[in-house]
Design a protein around this ligand. Structure first.
Ligand SMILES: Nc1nc2c(ncn2[C@@H]2O[C@H](COP(=O)(O)O[C@H]3[C@@H](O)[C@H](n4cnc5c(=O)[nH]c(N)nc54)O[C@@H]3COP(=O)(O)O)[C@@H](O)[C@H]2O)c(=O)[nH]1
Length: 854
């Protein structure tokens, strides 16, 4: 008969209750006793309570995982030895006071080294299926990045057997069971402890609250009394002493300490392991890096601050034909040609000294003695943790092929394949740029549309090859007649366009400049062409559009030049036409003047007028020679209508020589008449004349040839002449001055005179420009300028003469501010020498005035 039959509960008449108890093999905590009743610590404890309460225990034998399932499903009323966890609390109910404290521990096979979690790497560890050790160990291993094989077993006894049999290195078990059976299986306890746990009897959710409350009541009494049945049971099963004497908090403290110790041990081992891992990783990384560096296309190197190579990848070593060891310590001087070394060093130093990251294209000899190749090189400074530069790293990539491709693409995109000239696209681009910058540069520009006359005939009769050859030759001729700053393009077919920039900002000058260039091109392009088998004659028609016409856009300008070209074709081909009819008229007129000038020079149609220059008393102190043209059709032509054309065509040189000769002859003629012998004669000299090489010699030659007295010759130079070649100009003036020739600075006040070199010029006279005299009485600014010029003349010890004096009032005003010499209609207009001489008869004492000037 069972002990339960005489239990206090029965005796006290309590209603009996059947309690199904899950029993599985986990000695010494729970197991099935030989009597078929729940045994072990928790089995006996439950029997004791059952006896008190009159319960009839019905053991249900199951494996741990089966037991768990059954208690959750309500097939078991109580399952002992269940560690509390939040997850379990979702499907099970627990009483309050733990029935037992426990922790998990690893037990190892003989000869297995197992001091920390990290030693589990690669091991096979057995663990009770569905136990909290299984989950805990799993996450523990993961957090330490340890790879071990966790193998679930149905019972701990089976697990110990298998460890003992060598099927696994270790087993995780609660220490109660482990300590209980370890010796039996020849398995050893390890220092790896984890997961302190509180053990309870568990029941299905909401199923047996009363049972749990009863258990709590007993445990509450018994755990407070060291002599209670609870401790007697523990003692019997060999674990009573430590549990009985240690309070719950201390037990938890110890367990926590154990866990911390475990973690600390694990941490140290982890560190050791991490160092080992890192070292292994580093070695692996180094190997990988080396493989990568040696397999890339680029040349990668490291130099120290002395520019000695410290490292070179495979490419660099191959390039220099040296092994990494041979390369180390070398400088570029030993490896590259001197001219290359200089350039390489320059950038190296920039990187090291300024700490700059430099990216540039380098031209270096190709590997194995090939010709020069282009490399895109990036150099970066290498710095230590303190920011100090200890070297540089260079990465050079051969971009020769890409560059060549780029050039080819660029050539195809922007250049005409037949002639190599810029194509329409590039022309439009440059034209747009030129128009955009014209405003700022204050210069004029022009577009010339050049079209071959009757080109189609050649193509049709002699074939396209012949046509291509002609186009190539036309391109060459055009190209050889343009400046670097001009753009010559082929639009396609037989159409070429020439763009001029930087022309004179004065429209008429620019117009004439273009006209003369276009005329030259007509000439050059009508020379015969040597084509295979025969000489070919061809002409072109040129249409011109000036940038400044209207608000020109790129398209508008091209259209205008094109239209003008068609005008040239209509006019009979081999012509130049300007888009604007007024311009065209101007250009035509100038062209006519040029032709007439040439003829006029030959026919000696030019002669001089003389205008008197007087002092404050109205006495003659000099004369100015002014050229006139007796044109066969137009009659008397003033210099304003032809001097500019003569200057731009270069005809001023023969004309100037002619004028000089006339003036000197007049001086010789006057020299023979005492009353005129000392009269100075001023002759205008244009800038182009004066800057022409040999000008000094020419003047001297005319003086020699005519026998004129140089002291009576005064050259009038304009201020604009002082802009260029000042030093040569001063030197030429000094050479003429040495001969006795005098100088007057014409139109003074309008130009660019700088005081710094004004005083270096061997001048005799400043001539106040007539524009200041004209408004002298009206505009106080002009009066101030005139005063300043007079003061300047006085300080530089130069005579000052005012030109354009037309009224007595102007004359009085000039005298009032200190100017005492005059030229102007008020005193006398320019006229022939007879006019001048008869004018002078009105004055008696002009000789005195001449003398005063000398
Ligand atoms: N290189 C050369 N240039 C020459 C030569 N001869 C003349 N010129 C230059 O042509 C410009 C016009 O000259 P011109 O039409 O002869 O006019 C001169 C005078 O007639 C005019 N003048 C004189 N007094 C008055 C006046 O009271 N009022 C007024 N409105 N005009 C007047 O001024 C011209 C002289 O100017 P300048 O030479 O600056 O003293 C003129 O620029 C000549 O320089 C030549 O042989 N070679």
């Amino acid at each position: 008969m069972s002990l339960w039959l005489i239990s206090p509960a029965v005796m006290s008449g309590l209603p009996s209750r059947d309690v199904r108890v899950g029993v599985y093999e986990n000695a010494p905590k729970i197991m099935l006793g030989e009597d078929g009743e729940p045994s072990g610590i928790l089995g006996e404890l439950l029997q004791q309570i059952a006896r008190e309460e009159g319960w009839t225990l019905q053991p249900v034998v199951c494996s741990w995982s089966q037991c768990l399932e059954q208690v959750s499903a309500g097939q078991i009323d109580l399952l002992p030895d269940v560690a509390f966890s939040d997850a379990r609390a979702r499907t099970l109910d627990f009483h309050q006071i733990p029935s037992l404290y426990s922790w998990s521990q690893l037990y190892r096979r003989e000869n297995v080294v197992l001091n920390s979690v990290l030693d589990l790497q690669g091991m096979r560890i057995l663990v009770l299926a569905g136990s909290i050790q299984q989950q805990y160990l799993q996450s523990l291993l993961e957090s330490f990045s340890v790879r071990a094989d966790l193998v679930p077993v149905e019972s701990l006894r089976e697990g110990f057997e298998r460890v003992s049999a060598g099927e696994a290195e270790a087993i995780a078990a609660n220490y109660h069971f482990g300590d209980y059976v370890a010796a039996h299986y020849g398995v050893h306890q390890t220092s790896v402890m984890f997961q302190p746990a509180r053990l309870f009897y568990a029941t299905g959710k909401g199923a047996n609250a009363q049972l749990l409350g009863t258990i709590d009541r007993y445990l509450g009494q018994w755990t407070q009394d060291p002599d209670s049945r609870y401790f007697q049971i523990l003692q019997r099963w060999g674990t009573a002493a430590p549990v009985a004497r240690v309070t719950a908090p201390v037990r938890w403290g110890l367990a926590t300490l154990g866990a911390l110790l475990l973690l600390a041990l694990g941490g140290t081992a982890l560190l050791r392991r991490q160092v080992a891992l890192k070292t292994r990783h580093l070695r692996t990384s180094e190997k990988k890096l080396s493989t990568i560096l040696n397999s890339v296309e680029s040349y990668i190197y490291i130099k120290d601050t002395e520019l000695r190579y410290q490292y070179g990848n495979g490419r660099v070593c191959d390039y220099f034909g040296r092994s990494p060891e041979q390369l180390a310590g070398c400088t570029d001087e030993a490896l590259l040609p001197p001219e290359v070394v200089t350039a390489v060093r320059r950038t190296d130093r920039r990187v090291l000294d300024a700490g700059e990251r430099v990216m540039e294209e380098e031209t270096l000899p190709g590997p194995e003695g090939e010709g020069p190749r282009t490399y895109l090189t990036v150099k970066i400074p290498l710095r230590d943790s303190g920011g100090k530069t200890y070297g540089l790293c260079g990465i050079s990539t051969d971009i020769t092929a890409q560059k060549r491709n780029q050039q080819e693409i660029h050539q195809l995109a922007f250049y005409d394949q037949l002639t190599g000239l810029p194509n329409r696209r590039l022309l439009l681009d440059r034209l747009a740029h030129a128009l955009a910058t014209r405003e700022r540069s204050h210069t004029e520009g022009a577009l010339l549309f050049i079209d071959l006359d009757n080109f189609k005939d050649l193509n049709d009769t002699l074939g396209h090859d012949m046509g291509d050859q002609l186009l190539r030759q036309v391109a060459e001729r055009l190209d050889s007649h343009v400046r670097d700053s001009d753009t010559l393009a082929r639009l396609g077919g037989d159409e070429f366009v020439l763009m001029f920039e930087g022309l004179d900002r004065q429209a008429d000058r620019a117009l004439f400049e273009v006209e003369s260039i276009a005329g030259k091109l007509l000439e050059v392009l009508r020379e015969p062409y040597a084509l295979p088998g025969h000489s070919h004659n061809s002409t072109v028609s040129i249409g011109v559009a000036m940038f400044s016409e209207a608000q020109s856009t790129v398209e508008e300008l091209l259209k205008r030049a094109d239209l003008a070209m068609y005008e040239a074709k209509t006019a009979g081909r081999n012509q130049v036409r300007f888009f604007n009819p007024q311009m065209q008229a101007e250009v035509s007129a100038r062209a006519a003047i040029e032709a007439d000038l040439r003829a006029g020079l030959k026919a000696e149609q030019f002669f001089l007028h003389y205008q008197p220059q007087v002092d404050a008393q109205g006495k003659l102190v000099g004369a100015e020679a002014l050229v006139r043209w007796r044109h066969p059709e137009m009659g008397l032509v003033a210099p304003g209508a032809f001097i500019a054309v003569a200057e731009s065509t270069g005809l001023i040189l023969p004309l100037g020589r002619y004028i000089m000769r006339c003036a000197c002859r007049q001086l010789v003629a006057w020299a023979e008449q005492p009353q005129w012998a000392r009269l100075p004669l001023a002759v205008n000299i244009s800038a182009r004349q004066f800057h022409h090489p040999g000008f000094v010699e020419e003047v001297c030659a005319v003086l020699d040839e005519t026998g004129a007295n140089p002291l009576r010759l005064k050259l009038e130079l304009t201020e604009s002449l002082l802009i260029e070649n000042v030093e040569t100009m001063i030197s030429n003036m000094n050479r003429l001055k040495a001969r006795g020739v005098r100088f007057s600075l014409d139109d003074f006040g309008t130009g660019y005179s700088s005081l710094s070199y004004l005083k270096r010029l061997p001048l005799d006279q400043l001539k106040i420009d007539q524009s200041f005299v004209r408004d002298l009485l009206k505009d106080p600014n002009d009066a101030a300028i005139v005063k300043t010029i007079i003061a300047l003349g006085s300080s530089l010890d130069l005579a000052v003469i005012a030109e354009g004096v037309e009224t007595k009032a102007q004359c009085d005003a000039l005298i009032a501010i200190g100017c005492y010499q005059f030229q102007g209609y008020h005193f006398g207009r320019p006229g022939t020498v007879d006019v001048l001489e008869s004018w002078s008869e009105g004055y008696h004492d002009h000789r005195y005035a001449f003398e005063r000037q000398e």
